[in-house]
Design a protein around this ligand. Sequence first.
Ligand code: GLU
Length: 306
Amino acid sequence: MTPPVGRFAPTPSGRMHLGNVFAALIAWLSVKSWGGSLLLRMEDLDTQRTSPELGEVLRQDLLWLGLPWDEETPPQSRRTAAYEAAFGKLQDRGLLYPCYCTRSQLHSVNAPHQSDGTYVYPGTCRGLSDRERAAFQRKPAWRLLVPDREYRVADLCQGEYVQNLSSGCGDFVVRRADGVFVYQLAVTVDDGDFGVTQVVRGVDLLGSAPRQMYLQDLLGYAHPEYGHVPLLTARDGRRLSKRDKDLDLGRLRLTHRPEALVGWLAWQAGLLERRQDISPRELAEEFSWEKLKKQEICVDLADLLG
Ligand code: GLU
């Protein structure tokens, strides 16, 4: 087997919390256990929420954890020309149309909501005439037409996940009205251009994989292998997020050694039978996707922090 090329693609909008650390750890272990390499990419499309300084803190945190990357590819803020070219290809093929729907229209009753909180776009702006388009007098977002086709993800962690793009998602936005390219397009072009063959990230992004696979087909990229890791939750069921300051690395680095944190996470995730200090390098020798828990991982924070 050719060694995989994985990637870790954080959004530098705050300090990493335990859930981010977990996703980074598994992405790293998965490629390293197969002798592959890992790319690092800053996903800073949202310039309001992200900053180069936070990107630098992220790099330092990854190094502290013992998760060095093999190469850093350009941040998304410097990749506009590549996204523009991909957008042009889709436009030339007649696959894009302008959408004038407002946020409140999109959340209206006739848009059926999915269990994950997203909604299926009902195609409101698909058939507008030029005259109707001109009447809006504002800049549109751009949507990609999707086919009535099922995409199958053979996920390393979640098993098979199937989504029909038409009934499960609908035509989706690839460029916002303010001109900013959206995550789905940017991530597909970046992973494709830099030869990523294995995408490991949180299960909250599993529903995005079919859209990205469709974009890969349209833009001439191969499908990578996917592994969507479970989310970490606290005992009370709440999902850990960047809001939990007590669980970010700014706090945890003060009280824990990296091997202790890595060992504790690996134990909670089913990779180790007992709690022990261990480095990612040592853990890579024991890593297997079979051992990793598939369901939400409810972590005992009192045990970590106590
Ligand atoms: N930038 C995304 C995040 O920080 C991850 C995107 C991806 O891995 O595809 O959640």
